[in-house]
Write a protein that binds this ligand. Structure first.
Ligand SMILES: [Ca+2]
Ligand SMILES: [Ca+2]
Length: 570
């Protein structure tokens, strides 16, 4: 784990603006061409409709024959194979070919994580907090924090939340007590000079949630994650108590126990979940390498970029909110070639089965072709259309809930370039279904700000109780081969199952998280090349080398038959 405190992102969160701008969108019936891939079940649900698959809750009782690593392997007795009897068919037993990989290992079930309270048709994320019924006592301590519950768990961080306390005066802090004796304080008036750290402090307070530990924001400050943060395999119990303005402390909340994942191949929790199919795929497969499970999946979306232009059946050349909105203090205009085919610059170059998204400084004679927004500086006072680049989004053309999505791409190594490939919600949801999820499959900063070989993965969701965007710590994965990821093509993938997300690079697991806050609603595929943002510096316009190039060989989505068309808002 390396410190990420040097991140000075205003926000790397696409979801923040997208959730707002798409919040009032009305779903439209999408007419898809017959031969469009992935459209076998074009069921477009209206927001607020009962999610499909909720009629029959599946209660997941561990089967007694679930294989575990504990099962001793007995040498099979050698029995002579009888010659096939004439007239009978010979039975040929084939063993799956895993290439050079060892045979798969099925992890033991994580019984500590079962059951997680909540997920049901009326509360799909198990996330509605109990309304505080207790009244604050005059002159007394705050009421007991209620509903302490796990939201997400990974190997070195976990996110949890609780229902706020009441007090006759004011609640000014929550004390989070961990079973090893460490106590964190979430204070109403805590401050930090970093705006992104301050935003996270405020979020903890406003949503009564906490991440033990957010290495991205608090590596060596406030919560001092570098010293205090959990490590893979730790098991800790937690309680939360509220403190009032007189220093009086409430009764502790209920206790929860968190089993931090192993670094790789962690036991998959047997959560209760009405979307969990009876095969319990995630519990019964080794998920550390895609080779162990891809035979269970079928391609439902594919673009190999074999043509000579963007396939309009598969992609939009603008994001969900259109080309006139530029998010995250970015500095490129995504040229919308579908809306304006005669535009003077086409950022999409396709040759030899490779799509190259090319970004250039905006030519002076193209200013008149840019939307009005380009005349305004961004939140950082910078030109938000200093560059022309390209974005692809599959919204309203391909959306999915659960599955495996993979791209093979060569990210840009230009300082200021951000090569991005992620899943994004079509509808943020409303009422109990508000969730607005985003899974960043890979984000790659060309300037390699940490002096090593990192690719980033993050999960974002909206807190149903407050509407605030909450995010996992940005997880960085360092290339074990010691090369820059931008040196060559790699595959970047994500497996998305009920209450489980696993990220892969070149088919090998690099990160996983689990928990009831994993998305249940349809998402679409997005990829683009950012040039300059709140996170990435402005590329060198004078001395830089242009075009900046982000190359994509293919993007594919796969699903198991159990989930084809499932979920909220397919
Ligand atoms: Ca009080
Ligand atoms: Ca290709």
């Amino acid at each position: 784990m390396k410190p990420l405190v040097r991140l000075s992102a205003v926000s790397l969160v696409v979801a923040s603006l997208g959730a707002c701008s798409s919040g009032s969108d009305t779903p439209q019936t999408v007419v898809l061409p017959n031969d469009a891939p992935g459209t076998q079940n074009p069921v477009i649900n209206m927001p607020g409709a009962v999610p499909p698959g909720t009629q029959t809750p599946v209660v997941n009782v561990p089967e007694t024959d679930t294989p575990t690593t504990e099962v001793p392997v007995t040498e099979p007795a050698v029995t002579p194979t009888p010659d096939p009897v004439e007239g009978e068919e010979e039975v040929v037993v084939t063993t799956p070919d895993y290439g050079d990989l060892p045979d798969p290992v099925i992890p033991a079930v994580d019984l500590l994580a079962a059951p997680v309270p909540g997920p049901s048709a009326s509360d799909p994320f198990g996330s509605l907090l109990e309304v505080e019924a207790d009244e604050a006592v005059a002159g007394g301590p705050p009421t007991q924090p209620k509903n302490l519950r796990i939201d997400l768990v990974s190997n070195d961080w976990a996110e949890f939340s609780w229902a706020a306390s009441k007090d006759d005066g004011e609640v000014v802090a929550y004390r989070i007590s961990r079973s090893d004796g460490h106590v964190y304080v979430v204070g109403r008036d805590q401050t930090d000079p970093s705006s992104s750290t301050q935003a996270e402090i405020n979020k903890f307070w406003n949503t009564t949630s906490f991440i033990d530990c957010n290495y991205t924001r608090f590596f060596d400050k406030v919560h001092d994650c570098g010293v205090n943060g959990p490590k893979a395999g730790d098991i800790f119990s937690y309680e939360v108590a509220a403190v009032d303005n007189e220093g009086k402390v409430s009764a502790p909340s209920n206790s929860i126990t968190i089993n931090y994942h192993a670094l790789k191949g962690a036991a998959v929790p047997l959560y209760e979940d009405f979307y969990l199919d009876e095969s319990r795929f995630a519990q019964n497969h080794d998920l550390t390498n895609t080779a162990y499970f891809m035979d269970k999946f079928e391609v439902v979306f594919e673009d190999d970029f074999n043509g000579d232009s963007i396939d309009n059946r598969r992609w939009n050349t603008s994001l969900l909110w259109g080309d006139a909105t530029i998010i995250n203090a970015e500095q490129q205009y995504f040229v919308n070639t579908q809306k304006d085919p005669a535009v003077d610059y086409n950022p999409f170059k396709i040759a030899n089965s490779i799509l190259t998204i090319e970004a250039i400084p905006t030519p002076a004679d193209m200013q008149s072709q840019l939307p009005e927004v380009c005349a305004q500086p961004n939140a950082l006072g910078k030109d938000q259309c200093a560059f022309l680049s390209g974005a692809l989004s599959s919204h309203d053309k391909f959306n999915m809930t659960y599955g495996y999505v993979e791209g093979r791409m060569k990210t840009s190594n230009t300082a200021g370039a951000l090569s991005s490939f992620y899943l994004y919600h079509r509808y943020p949801g409303e009422g109990v279904n508000l969730h607005g999820p985003e899974i960043d499959i890979v984000e790659y900063l060309g300037e390699n700000p940490f002096g090593d070989e990192d690719a980033f993965q993050t999960y974002h969701f909206t807190d149903v109780n407050t509407g605030e965007l909450r995010s996992a710590p940005t997880m960085n994965f360092e290339n074990p081969e010691g090369e820059l990821y931008s040196d060559k093509f790699h595959t970047y993938g994500v497996l998305w199952e009920p209450q489980l997300v696993i990220w892969y690079i070149d088919g090998v697991e690099v990160k996983r998280l689990s928990g009831p806050q994993v998305a249940r609603q349809g998402m679409n595929i997005v990829t683009y090349l950012v040039t300059g943002s709140g996170w990435a510096p402005t590329p060198d316009i004078e001395g830089g080398v242009f075009p900046i190039q982000y190359e994509i060989d293919y993007i594919r989505a796969y699903q198991r038959s159990a989930y084809n068309g499932n979920g909220i808002y397919p």
